[in-house]
Design a protein around this ligand. Structure first.
Ligand code: PHE
Length: 361
């Protein structure tokens, strides 16, 4: 074989090998290494071209043309391989960065309403839907609103029964009277009626008043702070029938079933007549169980017709107007509805209890 033919063969072998290698390059870095290996200064092509010097001068232009063809073929193959790898790399990146837009987002724990707050909201909104206006009064009260105006005179035994927290040294009323933490939400009756008259209004007045109350009492069934909802209505010809109708509607709405109710004669200084209200036991449906102590009934609230002395104390003519009122313990209502066995659970703030009972926001 002539030198020329031998060189031609080496060139075409080199081209064949190079094209195959470019084709098989795994990535751009590998391809670049191949470029250096074949076309670099110390590459395979340079190596082959060293043979050109040995050729007869007449053969040199022939091999020159051949070399150029080879170079061009390699350059083209490199370009193609590069383009193919670029497409591949892009596809790989798109696959790797793919976002699943149907995947649900990561939720932050939203927190929940405390069961007592939920109870307050539920109870208040039942009355708001019946047309009662929501009102609130101060937790630090004076004796007039908490007692006197509610027909509880200073020597009345009910005062002692209220286990009042007095704040004699902390804050004195306008007339130097001692202040106290309200023992019930009934003083809101006085404040709401007074506000109505002060603004030149007159009954009808229908109010629901949720809030905190305080009693110096602590055991399994008593907490020094708890919540009440006070409900009352004053108008012409308000009767016990209205009271019973509102109670029946409200208790069935709150317990989300038709509950039996029973009014038992009782005594409150600020209502006459007064009644304690029982519902048919929500745990045994009246058959008698541990919770209702076998009676089939559970006491849920105190109620009555607003005492004429209370209306007169705020300046409402008790000959023209009458009213009903009742007050209920929120924790007790929530315990009955949710089957919570121990009042203290509300105040310990054990997060397991709150998670289980809480209504997610
Ligand atoms: N204020 C009474 C209590 O705390 C409840 C009540 C309110 C009773 C209104 C009758 C009328 O026990």
């Amino acid at each position: 074989m002539s030198e020329l033919d031998a060189l031609k063969e080496r060139l075409s072998n080199l081209q064949r090998d190079a094209l195959a290698a470019f084709d098989g390059a795994a990535d751009l870095a590998a391809l670049n290494q191949l470029r250096v290996a074949y076309l670099g200064k110390k590459g395979a092509l340079t190596e082959v071209l060293k043979g050109v010097g040995k050729l007869a001068p007449a053969d040199r232009p022939v091999i020159g043309k051949f070399v150029n063809q080879t170079k061009q073929a390699l350059a083209e193959a490199l370009q193609q391989a590069e383009a193919a790898l670029a497409v591949q790399a892009k596809a790989a990146r798109i696959a790797a960065e793919r976002v699943d837009v149907s995947m649900p987002g990561r939720r932050r724990p939203a927190g929940a309403l405390h069961p007592v707050q939920q109870g307050l909201d539920d109870l208040t909104s039942i009355f708001a839907q019946m047309g009662f206006a929501v009102a609130e009064g101060p937790e630090i009260e004076d004796e007039f609103h908490n007692f006197d105006a509610l027909n509880i005179s200073p020597e009345h035994p009910a005062r002692a029964m209220h286990d009042t927290f007095f704040m004699q040294d902390l804050r004195a009323g306008d007339d130097g009277e001692p202040m106290l933490l309200r023992t019930h939400t009934s003083p809101v009756q006085i404040r709401a009626m007074r506000r109505l008259l002060d603004n030149g209004g007159e009954p009808p007045l229908a109010v629901v008043a949720p809030g905190r109350v305080y009693r110096c009492d602590y055991d399994v069934t008593h907490s020094p702070m708890f919540h009440q909802v006070e409900v009352f209505k004053v108008d012409r010809d308000v009767s016990m029938a209205h009271l019973k109708g509102v109670l029946q509607h409200f208790l069935s709405a709150y317990f989300e079933k038709e509950v039996a109710i029973r009014l038992r004669p009782h005594y409150f200084p600020f209502t006459e007549p007064s009644a304690e209200v029982d519902i048919g036991c929500v745990f045994c449906a009246g058959k008698g169980c541990r919770i209702c102590k076998g009676s089939g009934w559970i006491e849920v609230l105190g109620s009555g017709m607003i005492h004429p002395n209370v209306l007169n104390a705020v300046g409402i003519d008790s000959n023209k107007f009458s009213g009903f009122a009742f007050g209920l313990g929120v924790e007790r209502m929530v315990m009955l509805k949710q089957g919570i066995p121990d009042l203290r659970l509300f105040f310990e703030n054990d997060v397991r209890f709150l998670r289980r009972m809480g209504v997610a926001l």
